[in-house]
Design a protein around this ligand. Structure first.
Ligand code: GTP
Ligand code: MG
Length: 135
């Protein structure tokens, strides 16, 4: 078994989709190991998004992530890192496949940052690093 960090981002919480997203995660059979409501400060987000520093969407991304609470989840399951990203769908909700969280529930707001409802760690190294930041 494996663990990953999932975030229901501020757009997901604000739109009242936390339950719907959790239902998909639970239906898939993954285990909630820990879960909490978080209101991250800038320093936490700078650590979390260090790989994106300097990119055009970096500042808007941090602003967006500070715009309201998120839900942080320590999620466990067989190959859950790859599996959750598959459940989430591709980054841009405009074109994410139907059947995925972003494809079914994500909206194209035409904004500077993709408000794409969820985050999922992209590798075992990222998962370990990110779980350490949020839990
Ligand atoms: P996460 O699970 O949130 O990490 O998404 P991801 O791995 O699919 O995307 P990535 O790590 O590359 O980017 C992190 C976040 O930055 C994304 O979820 C988007 O919110 C935003 N983002 C990434 N790429 C772009 C982009 O090209 N344009 C804009 N506007 N936002 C982006
Ligand atoms: Mg990522």
């Amino acid at each position: 078994t494996e663990e990953t960090l999932v975030l229901v981002k501020p757009d997901g919480v604000a739109r009242g989709l936390t339950g719907a997203i959790l239902a998909r995660i639970e239906a898939k059979g993954y285990s909630l190991v820990d879960i909490r409501l978080v209101e991250p400060d800038r320093e936490t987000l700078e650590r979390h998004y260090a790989e994106h520093e300097g990119k055009p969407f970096y500042e808007p991304l941090l602003e967006f992530m500070m715009s309201g609470p998120s839900v942080a989840i320590r999620l466990a399951g067989n190959r859950v890192i790859e599996g959750f990203r598959s459940l989430a769908g591709t980054t841009d909700p405009t074109t994410a496949a139907p059947g995925t969280i972003r494809g079914d529930l994500g909206r194209d707001w035409g904004l500077k940052v993709q408000q794409n409802l969820v985050h999922g760690s992209d590798s075992p190294e990222s998962a370990a690093r990110e779980l350490d930041i949020w839990f």
